[in-house]
Design a protein around this ligand. Structure first.
Ligand code: HEM
Length: 151
């Protein structure tokens, strides 16, 4: 990511931060509309969940210029997501719901450049999370026989 892209993401996030609860509502409504199969992964009562994604995004966005400081946290988050039942293919609809939410929240400020910069941000987080997840649970076929039997 370029320094310009980082600034675009940070500045635009500041505009959605004050409407974080509404943004979370838009995000989950959209996510469950486009990917109903992920609904069972989340608790029935979503009220506790709402601050989490926006909170983590806030941390990530604030630290994009020193991304190495958040890598261990993001890796840990990726590993935790395996435990939540999250699969690699779920990252796509989540990214789409995020872009949709930003579009709704930012209106005309969601320019093509801002959109591109957010996609880069999400891809970065997704890349770190899924790589850590893959290391945490290698696919069965890649394990040796003994590891499959006893691992
Ligand atoms: C950049 C991508 C993502 C970020 C930043 C993110 C962030 C978070 C955070 C901060 C939490 C709370 C973690 C905790 O307290 O342990 C969480 C929980 C969770 N996330 Fe994500 N997440 C991302 C992608 C995804 C994806 C792709 C899915 C798939 C649907 C997903 C589903 C969940 C679920 C099911 C929980 C646990 C809900 C619960 O039981 O309370 N997340 N996520």
């Amino acid at each position: 990511m370029t320094p310009e892209q980082i600034k675009l993401v940070q500045d635009s996030f500041k505009k959605v931060a004050p409407i974080a609860p509404q943004a979370a509502d838009i995000f989950y409504a959209r996510l469950f509309e486009i990917a109903p199969d992920v609904r069972p992964l989340f608790p029935d009562d979503m009220s506790g969940q709402k601050g989490k994604l926006m909170g983590m995004l806030g941390t990530a966005v604030t630290n994009l210029h020193q991304v190495e400081t958040i890598i261990p946290t993001v890796q840990e988050l990726g590993r935790k997501h395996v435990g939540y039942g999250v699969k690699d293919q779920h990252y796509k609809p989540v990214g789409e719901a995020l872009v949709y939410t930003l579009e709704q929240g930012l209106g005309d400020d969601f320019t093509p450049e801002v959109k591109e910069a957010w996609i880069e941000t999400y891809m970065t987080l997704q890349g770190v999370m899924t790589a850590a997840a893959a290391e945490a649970s290698p696919p069965v076929e890649k394990k040796g026989l003994l590891a499959r039997m006893f691992g």
